[in-house]
Design a protein around this ligand. Sequence first.
Ligand code: FAD
Ligand code: DLZ
Ligand code: SF4
Length: 514
Amino acid sequence: MSAPKSTARLVLVLGDQLTPSVAALAAAEKGRDVVVMAEVAAETDYVRHHPKKIALIFAAMRKFAARLSEDGWQVAYTRLDDDENAGSIPGELLRRAEEHGAGEVLATRPGEWRLIEALEDCPLDVELLEDTRFIASHDTFERWAKDRKALRMEYFYREMRRKTGLLMEGDKPAGDKWNYDHDNRKPAEDDLFLPKPLWFEPDETTEEVLKLVEDRFGANFGKLRPFGFATTAEQAEEVLTHFIENALENFGTYQDAMLQGQRFLYHALISAYLNIGLLDPLDVCQRVEAAWKDGKAPINAAEGFIRQILGWREYVRGIYFHEGPDYVRRNALNHQRSLPPLYWGAKTRMNCLAQAVRQTEEEAYAHHIQRLMITGNFALIAQINPAEVHEWYLEVYIDAFEWVEAPNTLGMSQFADGGVIASKPYVSSGNYINKMSDYCGSCDYAVTKKTGEGACPFNLLYWHFLLRHRDRFEGNPRTAQMYRTWDRMEEARRETVLGEAETFLDKMSKGETV
Ligand code: FAD
Ligand code: DLZ
Ligand code: SF4
């Protein structure tokens, strides 16, 4: 007589956990347990995601589920339009538990407090396992953060370099410098040779998903088609290889550049694949390090790129969990203005914003400096409520998951956490935008005009913001100089700047085109 088969457990795999070695799968037994994957309204509707983001997640989920089945796993997959769909992750777990006579659930800790709390409240016996797809564990981050007055990314990054040995020569950084940012601030000329991103034609599975998304989420902000994202680990790997071979070399030099009509420049376009599990962050860093060792990329490119993943990406995740669930509600600068309709594609005379928003609508993508120094900068100097800014970023980008989006938006970009992440607010006048892009040349406003009809709004709002928060930033060595510049201006000019900034903000708040 054979021994009785132990009761099945459910193994939850979420839409951003599509890795065969993800913790819950690694802890499960193939012949015994049932993998649960579900497309549910609670996840599609907690914000109105860009249609491309929903399509990417569903197509990748369906293909990953098929792969698990081929590998011998028993997979219970629920499609959004299945009649019995319970509508939420805990609801689906309860339904599948009854169906399979299971009481226990193995789950990998989700990347959002909302869902962690929902799983903790689920009446089943849910074991939440640490998500091991990151280079720094929670313990590593907490050990680093303990007893530090300021949690600056640069120091965390150096520790991660030492810990992984990436770009290290013994105990020294390769080339004797930790950070090559100084070499990475070139604007781009519009006749540069730019590599084309690698896109994929939708196959049958993706096409089926696109039809569903068109039907159900066609009214969300964003264009669904054309859809060319990778939806399997193999395709994501091809995108990475394409980047290393065609763009990495120039990644550092032009990292902060912006060019009208050139939406991707030398960026990797891999954030969504990393975030949903199709690529592994350590593996990506090692591939880039190898390219540098093989002489295919200079050190400023390899270091700049590795810092984004080994440094920023790991660091913001650490901060999100370190700071706790209330982080997303912080508003240290007490900004209360509503997000203007131009963020949803309404007409604006500001070309930089029009370009960044249109690109976001069409691609669900904008690169870091567009997010930080165009849409983020404007929201900050226009003193928009950070909760609304946070929701916008979470909705519109293909790679937006709260653990990575919230610290970038609320912390780095909006200073809403009071300076946990940023040592100074990322604000600028039009001058910076003009230096790093060619947007100003086709704008209704004049970047060189500081006041008067047609003056660039960034020139006005920049001062308005700094003056409103003088008490907080005047003593900061990184912003103090700006107050000295302000104080040297003629009284009448200062009054004009502040008055015109107020007029602009009033017009914007009344819904007029600005
Ligand atoms: P590249 O420029 O080629 O960089 C390579 C990789 O580095 C990225 O794929 C990404 O994984 C990582 N990376 C770079 N910068 C950061 C960063 N600041 N934080 C974390 N990882 C980083 N990134 C997201 O993945 N999801 C988000 O929701 C998100 N929201 C953001 C919101 C704001 C306001 C800002 C300023 C930045 C945000 N970022 C976010 C970071 C960054 O803009 C994107 O990771 C990057 O633009 C993705 O494009 P890419 O893959 O071409 O990146
Ligand atoms: C973002 C998202 C969407 C749109 N839909 C689903 C879904 O239907 N099923 C699912 O398991 N996951 C989805 N996700 C990803 C989750 O929202 C994500 O796991 C949490 O936000 C935590 O990062
Ligand atoms: Fe933007 Fe001002 Fe330049 Fe116009 S002039 S594109 S508003 S920075």
